[in-house]
Ligand binder design. Structure first.
Ligand code: MN
Length: 262
């Protein structure tokens, strides 16, 4: 079996009982480990993860999860960690702590006879997005792209990593909290097949003859399983702090969505 999950936003200052969520996540991983060959975590598992040049005591908070992942990799389960827009700043530390393989970019894999496109999902747009959206939405998208460029800029990253962790975390967690509170105050439900960026992105890929059986994303905190073409589905994974949803691909190439309630 192959499992897919995303968006635990561990450590978030806007989510109550963060330690209990981490515990539940560990139990969920343990459940998956019973028959998992690989586990794919598709981004934003941490609300803010940045590796400084100086020791960061805050990381200790996540050591139960890191220990669990280390144990699973030792047992021979492949753990894949995709960076999201909240936890892209790992420079080898997380891989060392957990034994996970880190993915900084979307990737296409073939498993059990199926082609899967995997990505966190932030910043993915159909190629004709500038014609598709009204000016106001275009402005928002452009702002997001600009911010993403700054986040991914090596010089900016280097400078941020020089900060004392206490200060860097203060900014980082406050920024993440603001975006979480914004989401809680104005939830953005599924926009529909003709507006949801990730669906449009996948449809565009199909149109360009880059066929995949499954497009699996996180990022949006909504649960979606949508057929977009014959033999092609878009899956958006939901989250692991409220909905506790995940996807599972079995040996026959069947992909199913599940809800972890325990
Ligand atoms: Mn995200």
């Amino acid at each position: 079996m192959i499992y897919f999950l995303s968006d635990a936003h561990l450590g978030s200052l806007a989510i109550e009982r963060s330690w209990a969520k981490q515990k539940k996540l560990i139990e969920m991983l343990e459940m998956m480990s019973k028959d998992a060959a690989s586990i794919y975590m598709l981004g934003d598992m941490f609300d803010f993860w940045l590796e400084y040049f100086i020791h960061d005591p805050k990381k200790r908070e996540f050591s139960p999860l890191c220990k669990k992942l280390r144990e699973l990799t030792k047992r021979g389960i492949h753990i894949h960690f995709f960076t999201g827009n909240h936890d892209m700043w790992t420079f080898g530390g997380l891989a060392q702590m957990t034994g996970a393989e880190i993915h900084y970019e979307p990737c296409t894999i073939i498993r059990y006879g199926k082609t899967l496109y995997l990505a966190h999902g932030d910043g993915l747009l159909p190629s004709d997005w500038q014609q598709l959206y009204p000016k106001s939405v275009q402005k928002q998208i452009k702002r997001f792209i600009r911010l993403r460029k700054i986040f991914q800029n090596p010089t900016c990253q280097l400078l941020y990593r020089c900060l004392p962790p206490k200060l860097g975390n203060k900014f980082g967690y406050a920024w993440a909290k603001r975006s979480r509170l914004k989401e809680f105050a104005h939830p953005c439900p599924y926009k529909g097949e003709d507006k949801e960026e990730l669906v449009l992105f996948a449809k565009d890929q199909e149109k360009q003859r880059n066929h995949r059986d499954f497009y699996i994303f996180g990022h949006r905190h909504i649960e979606l399983d949508l057929q977009i073409a014959s033999g092609s589905r878009v899956i958006i994974l939901g989250d692991c702090f409220k909905q506790w949803t995940y996807a599972k691909l079995d040996h026959h190439g069947n992909l199913t969505m599940h809800n972890y309630e325990q």
